[in-house]
Design a binder for this molecule. Sequence first.
Ligand SMILES: CCCCCCCCCCCCCC(=O)SCCNC(=O)CCNC(=O)[C@H](O)C(C)(C)COP(=O)(O)OP(=O)(O)OC[C@H]1O[C@@H](n2cnc3c(N)ncnc32)[C@H](O)[C@@H]1OP(=O)(O)O
Length: 149
Amino acid sequence: MSYIQSLYPPEHTHCYGCGPANPAGLHVQTHWDGETGTCRYTPSAAHMAYPGVVYGGLIACLMDCHGIGTAIAAAYQAEGRPVGSDPAINMVTGNLSVTYKLPTPLGPELLLEARVKREFPRKMLISCELSAEGKVTAVGEILGVRLPS
Ligand SMILES: CCCCCCCCCCCCCC(=O)SCCNC(=O)CCNC(=O)[C@H](O)C(C)(C)COP(=O)(O)OP(=O)(O)OC[C@H]1O[C@@H](n2cnc3c(N)ncnc32)[C@H](O)[C@@H]1OP(=O)(O)O
């Protein structure tokens, strides 16, 4: 299945975190299976906080865009229609919080798993876990707020 961000309308494909059309961006890709949003990302040496450890700001960026991608997928699903169908569902981040539980090792692929925690008429609260080599190193919450269509 295509990743969620590849289904965004062209005018929304320039986001630094997830826009496929942003050459300098991170290109976060969210895969949605109907319950969980999954994203895999391998940081580069430039994403270092200190030797061997991933920069926390990068982790926040990954959770932000993956959380919004998951929220958008879940919002389409709640309306019983395919992602990207009209009218487009646009969301922005209203709130983002990250708890860094352990240093995240720089080198291995990171796995982000996001799920809907609470759903409101105009908001979607997403929880996200980030793990490396099977260990959860950070958890976060992302509030997606829906913009008028
Ligand atoms: C396929 C489809 C593609 C779509 C592509 C999408 C592009 C993807 C691009 C990738 C993007 C990547 C991600 C990025 O980088 S997005 C960029 C970073 N985010 C922003 O710039 C957002 C800036 N803020 C705003 O624009 C407005 O403040 C928003 C739109 C958020 C709300 O202002 P608005 O005047 O419209 O609405 P409202 O004030 O009536 O509030 C509405 C509801 O929300 C609740 N609330 C609001 N804020 C917060 C908060 N901080 N914590 C908790 N709750 C909050 C509020 O209580 C209310 O709840 P309720 O009373 O109704 O229960």
